[in-house]
Design a protein around this ligand. Structure first.
Ligand code: NAD
Ligand code: 3PG
Length: 630
């Protein structure tokens, strides 16, 4: 049988996330007046050596000579080096511990610092190839043992050859001295390790780049901490999603790309290949065509409330989960609704504009208080019901109409129809969802049923109101004023022009879809939607998913999790369990949830199985998507 590969790891910026010599410099130079300039010189020498521009031995000697380094400094760093482990190395300790005979550490660094890490990883001392510091009688570092090949240029290849290893040798490191090992013929493969630092010449000289231990293990066909390296999973976030989301997703190990504005259908089709998760807000249309062009897509997140811009059924039919952030901007919309109601009642925006033109027009005519007026809320969901509470606290009478049974809060009264509501209300505020059936539910006929001079607010979706009819009703004075935040056609970015029949009309407040655009709401949405995505990607949890059955799941522990999304048709669970049995998988736990369209089965199985056996599960009739998770 062929010998298994030996994995030779560099130390600095590979097994640990620091450059040892720079950390030692920080200790040795504490309180030294020239510290900044010495540190700069050391950093430059390190970079030159790592990029292959300066002989390694020469760079090492020069750097040590610059430092007042003592045995005590070295001991201090050695005592805390275990805290400096590279994140992906720390989560893959099992790989090191399970393969003690297959790991070598090779480094131009120093034995005292490397030894504690080698011990933690289970690498025996004779497989740790590194430099030995020399000290004078007072304990000051004088240099390194010059007989050790690692103190010289090309030393890594020489030291590795000295081990007389059999079988393929895989070198992993971030620096030029690591690339040289393969170039010198002492390794069969070289991976540029870029989790901590990415050096272009090193990547160019490598067989492949790996941004984490997970990617390395995946590339070598080995089992790592995760079933799939997260850094290989691409998340594309459009429409200026809040940085809190980017941070959360990147911290979890995923690769995130961002785009400031929305993309149109063709632009999105051109960008969607290779994307595992797409994040949008209200403007980007995620159509069936887009979903067809997506070859890797697992999930879409609407970093907002509305999901009418996403073809939810088409996504479900492709096993793509869709999430949103249903409550994170509710309060912001409600506050804007209250604000514009008061502004309309007092004609604030027209009066303010006149003042800016130098006109003073002090008058009470047509200005009214909110107190005692009737607010008619159409759509008594999250926003409508919260507006109801605030409006009552301002002294308004509240009536509402909703298609579904909703609990009336406070003294709010449910009305049997939209028409009754329109006839009773001094202010009508629209808070229905953006389903297609709600297109133009407020048109000429409905506006005609409203009280003479009543006000209309639309902070829900643009297509809900026939804006041509509204513009006429406002122009004739039939409607006393309107506040409109959403439009049938909205510009994709701030650089694009805006037009509407509502422009230039008296007592009409137009806002650029900013109902949910507060700092608080955007941050809360970023965090909420990112957390929903992470729960789905990392454990298969579909809580708050808007197009697949919701299943709340704990972290996978001590098992492998098989996620199976299928068309809801008879016999799928039985077929799946037959396939699991045929594959010899031992089921530890199983959940099934269905809706009228789709089924979702989660099966936790014993880890001890032949991975090839899983192929049979993908062929179960009705399968839309299959994923293994651990
Ligand atoms: N302007 C903004 O920036 C902004 C911000 C957030 C949400 N929104 C929009 O606000 C709307 C409401 O959001 P939400 O979180 O309250 O949604 P929600 O789903 O909680 O509530 C919507 C309610 O409308 C009801 N409804 C639907 N169609 C109806 C109809 N024809 N007649 C009567 N009732 C109907 C539903 O039964 C539901 O109770 C959505 O359209 C959302 O996209 C806009
Ligand atoms: O659905 C929403 O939450 C609002 O319409 C806000 O959309 P936005 O994130 O595009 O501002």
């Amino acid at each position: 049988m062929a010998d298994a590969a030996t994995f030779v790891f560099d130390f600095d910026s590979t097994l640990v996330r620091i450059e040892t010599l720079e950390a030692l410099a920080d200790l040795a130079l504490a309180g030294c007046p020239d510290a900044a300039s010495i540190r700069t010189q050391i950093g430059r020498l390190t970079d030159q050596a790592m990029a292959g521009e300066l002989d390694f031995g020469e760079a090492l000697r020069r750097r040590l000579a610059l430092l007042p380094l003592t045995r005590e400094h070295v001991a201090t760093l050695a005592a805390r080096i275990l805290d400096e482990g590279t994140p992906s190395v720390r989560r893959n300790l099992a790989f090191f511990r399970d393969n003690p005979g297959r790991i070598v550490i090779v480094s131009g660094g120093f034995r005292e610092i490397i030894a504690p890490v080698a011990e933690r990883l289970g690498v025996s001392p004779d497989r740790v190839l590194c430099n030995d510091l020399t000290y004078d009688a007072s304990g000051r570092v004088t240099g390194v043992d010059g007989t050790n090949p690692l103190s010289r240029a090309g030393g890594k290849a020489e030291a590795i050859r000295g081990l007389n290893l059999t079988g393929p040798i895989v070198m992993i490191g971030d620096g030029w001295t690591d690339a040289e090992v393969k170039l010198a013929g002492a390794a069969d493969r070289f991976y540029a390790f870029t989790e901590v630092v990415r050096r272009e010449p090193v990547v160019a000289a490598a067989d492949a780049e790996v941004a984490s231990m997970d990617e390395l293990l995946h590339a070598e066909g080995l089992t790592g901490r995760w079933s799939y390296p997260r850094s290989r999973m691409k998340i594309l976030l459009l429409e200026n999603v809040h940085p809190a989301a980017v941070e959360r997703l990147e911290d979890a190990g995923y690769t995130v790309d961002t785009v400031k504005g929305a993309l149109d259908e063709d632009e999105l089709i051109a960008r969607i290949r290779g994307v595992h998760v797409l994040g949008v807000r209200s403007k980007t249309q995620v159509s069936a065509r887009v979903l067809d062009a997506a070859d890797r897509l697992m999930a879409v997140a609407a970093f907002c409330i509305g999901t009418n811009q996403i073809d939810l059924a088409a996504a479900a039919d492709r096993g793509v989960a869709v999430f949103n952030a249903p409550y994170s901007n509710t309060r912001s919309v409600v506050e804007l609704a209250v604000g514009v109601m008061i502004a309309l009642m007092r004609d604030v925006t027209d009066k303010s504009a006149a003042m800016h033109r130098g006109e003073w027009n002090k008058s009470a005519t047509g200005s009214r208080e909110l107190r005692g007026k009737t607010l008619g809320i159409v759509g008594y969901g999250a926003i409508g019901s919260q507006l109801s509470v605030l409006a009552e606290s301002l002294g308004m009478r509240v009536v509402f109409h909703d298609l579904t049974e909703r609990l009336a809060l406070g003294n709010a009264r449910r009305l049997p129809s939209l028409d009754v509501l329109l006839a009773e209300s001094d202010v009508v505020s629209l808070h229905v969802d953006g389903r297609v059936e709600n297109t133009a539910i407020i048109g000429a006929a409905q506006l005609a049923r409203m009280k003479e001079g009543a006000l209309l607010l639309n902070l829900s979706r643009g297509h809900i109101v026939d804006v041509g009819a509204l513009s006429q009703a406002l122009g004739s004075g039939r409607i006393g004023g309107a506040a409109v935040d959403v439009f049938p056609e909205e510009p994709a970015t701030n650089a694009d022009p805006f037009d509407s029949p509502l422009r230039g009309l008296k007592n009409v407040i137009l806002t650029p879809h900013i109902g949910g655009s507060t700092e608080e709401a955007q941050e809360a949405i970023g965090e909420f939607a990112a957390d929903r995505l992470l729960a789905y990607l990392n454990r298969g949890d579909t809580t708050f998913c808007v197009n697949l059955p919701n299943v709340q799941l704990a972290e996978v522990s001590g098992a492998h999790r098989i996620l199976h999304i299928h068309r809801n048709q008879p016999g799928v669970l039985a077929d799946l369990n037959r396939a699991l049995a045929a594959a010899g998988l031992n089921i530890l736990g199983q959940h099934l949830k269905t809706d009228e369209r789709t089924g979702y089965v989660i099966t936790d199985v014993d880890r001890d199985y032949d991975p090839q056996a899983l192929d049979g599960l993908k062929t179960v009739a009705g399968t839309l998507r299959f994923r293994l998770l651990y």
